[in-house]
Design a protein. Structure first.
Length: 151
């Protein structure tokens, strides 16, 4: 069982919903435990919400996978300052994961740089078409696809 910790503000519930929908579509939901906690020591995969500011934390972990939005500079700087690397999701060329196209019910998520799965297997670069819902936010879709690929 893989534990996914969503570190986000209360108004970012879309992330958990998108994660559930994409993992269910890929029949991987039964292999994960999803929780929402600000405890960075909890979880194999830590997904930072796009608005969360990780103050007063100190974590250096080689055995955790961090996923963060390119817009969350506080989280990116925090991870960098503590010697951690992250899978960065966003629309710029500097991100590891992006969306190449999106409509109300579909998106194509592009893995721009090679990712490593929990089992140590290389993934990508590749494009993944996914079914979405009209209220899914781009970052939620990207982070959810990353999780479905790496578990």
């Amino acid at each position: 069982m893989i534990t996914i910790n969503i570190v986000s503000s209360a108004d970012e519930s879309n992330l958990k919903k998108a994660l559930f929908n994409i993992l269910s579509a890929n029949q991987k939901y039964e292999y994960v435990n999803i929780l929402q906690s600000n405890d960075l020591d909890t979880g194999d995969i830590i997904i930072f919400g796009s608005k969360i500011i990780p103050y007063n934390y100190n974590i250096k972990s080689d055995d955790k996978i961090f996923i963060v939005s390119e817009d969350n500079l506080d989280a990116l700087n925090f991870l960098h300052d503590n010697g951690n690397t992250a899978i960065c999701c966003g629309m710029s060329t500097g991100s590891s994961v992006s969306i190449s196209s999106m409509s109300s019910n579909n998106a194509v998520v592009s893995i721009l740089r090679e990712l490593i799965s929990i089992k140590g297997e290389p993934i990508g670069p590749l494009d993944i078409p996914v079914q979405t819902f009209s209220d899914d936010e781009p970052y939620s879709i990207m982070a959810s696809v990353v999780v479905s690929l790496i578990i």
